[in-house]
Design a binder for this molecule. Structure first.
Ligand code: SF4
Ligand code: SF4
Length: 203
């Protein structure tokens, strides 16, 4: 295994420190096809945020073509149920601007956007309280290897993981989503995650 192939060490940092980092604009959380359908939009309103996009739909549900799991992604109509917190809706965004270098930028970054656009992965509703209550919170970025916050855990201030000698700065520790407190689980689909937390695993 070359150094380039070695797993990136997991990093532990406070939410404050995590929030001081910048999104690198990889764009992988703005279009479900970029995570092979893992990342979805929960609670998509019937108007698909048209008022934010000059009357056109901003967030558009997509589905695989007849090719099944290998099929291409294509637009589909909004349907009842897409507006449910429990419905993971694969999507694309009409404001998304893929770049030649593989990144993707937001075409309405300087305008009003859906609130959840600014939440993933370190500004989620209830996240401060949940980190303090749990001590360590795995940031669900395992499907986003290009994300600034890939393989990072948010930890409470003064948590042992932050200790410079005894801390687990390169541990493969993992906090499974199903172990998160109810407030975090409730916020998860609203932030684009799936309705059902994934099974515990190591990434
Ligand atoms: S509005 Fe911008 S940030 Fe939100 S999904 Fe679309 S491209 Fe991404
Ligand atoms: S996956 Fe992470 S780095 Fe990439 S656009 Fe989303 S928040 Fe930014």
């Amino acid at each position: 295994m070359s150094l380039d192939d070695a797993p990136r060490p997991r990093r532990y940092l406070t939410l404050e420190a995590a929030r001081a980092l910048d999104c690198n604009g990889c764009g992988d959380c703005c279009d479900s096809s970029r995570t092979d359908g893992f990342w979805t939009w929960g609670a998509l309103p019937r108007d698909q945020y048209r008022p934010l996009m000059d009357g056109g739909p901003l967030i558009i549900p997509v589905a695989r073509s007849e090719g099944g799991w290998d099929g291409a992604w294509g637009d589909r109509d909004w349907r009842p149920g897409d507006d449910s917190d429990a419905t993971p809706t694969p999507f694309r965004c009409s404001a998304f601007r893929p770049q030649p270098d593989g990144r993707g930028l937001c075409g309405i970054h300087d305008r009003e956007r859906p609130s959840k656009c600014g939440e993933f992965p370190v500004h989620m509703v209830g996240q401060d309280d949940d980190v303090e209550a749990r001590g360590v919170m795995h940031l669900e970025t395992s499907a986003f290897p290009r994300c600034t916050w890939f393989r990072m855990d948010a930890v409470a201030a003064a948590h042992p993981a932050l200790h410079p000698q005894r801390g687990c700065v390169d541990s493969d520790g993992y906090v499974a989503l199903h172990a998160l407190p109810p407030s975090m689980l409730a916020a998860w689909p609203r932030s684009g995650g799936t309705g059902r937390p994934p099974a515990a695993r190591r990434d």
